[in-house]
Design a binder for this molecule. Structure first.
Ligand code: SF4
Ligand code: SF4
Length: 91
């Protein structure tokens, strides 16, 4: 089965849309506020957050964010964080 021009076009459009969406969402984590409780990790519907191997000044392993899992910018993580360590921006 060959690749049609339309197939290539559809792939390029889908890819660039995903990239634009990715660039429009910023999830900012304040490492020094995070206490590594994992609440945001549990509630993130996309699995975009995980506990990293980075320690903050208080000795907690802090959360890290990855765009790879397709964050939607829903801001659930920011809402559930008891320490207000997460901000979500949509540009
Ligand atoms: S909910 Fe807040 S304090 Fe808990 S791990 Fe996530 S960012 Fe850190
Ligand atoms: S904004 Fe939503 S999808 Fe993105 S990291 Fe936070 S909870 Fe997950």
């Amino acid at each position: 089965m060959g690749i049609t021009l339309f197939g290539l076009y559809a792939f390029a459009v889908g890819y660039s849309r995903a990239k634009v969406k990715e660039q429009m969402i910023t999830v900012k984590i304040d490492d020094e506020r995070c206490k590594g409780c994992s609440l945001c990790v549990e509630f993130c519907p996309k699995g975009s957050l995980s506990i990293s191997d980075r320690l903050n000044m208080k000795g907690y392993f802090v959360v890290s964010f990855s765009h790879e899992k397709g964050c939607t910018g829903c801001a659930t993580c920011a809402l559930v964080c008891p320490d207000v360590a997460i901000e979500v921006f949509k540009n």
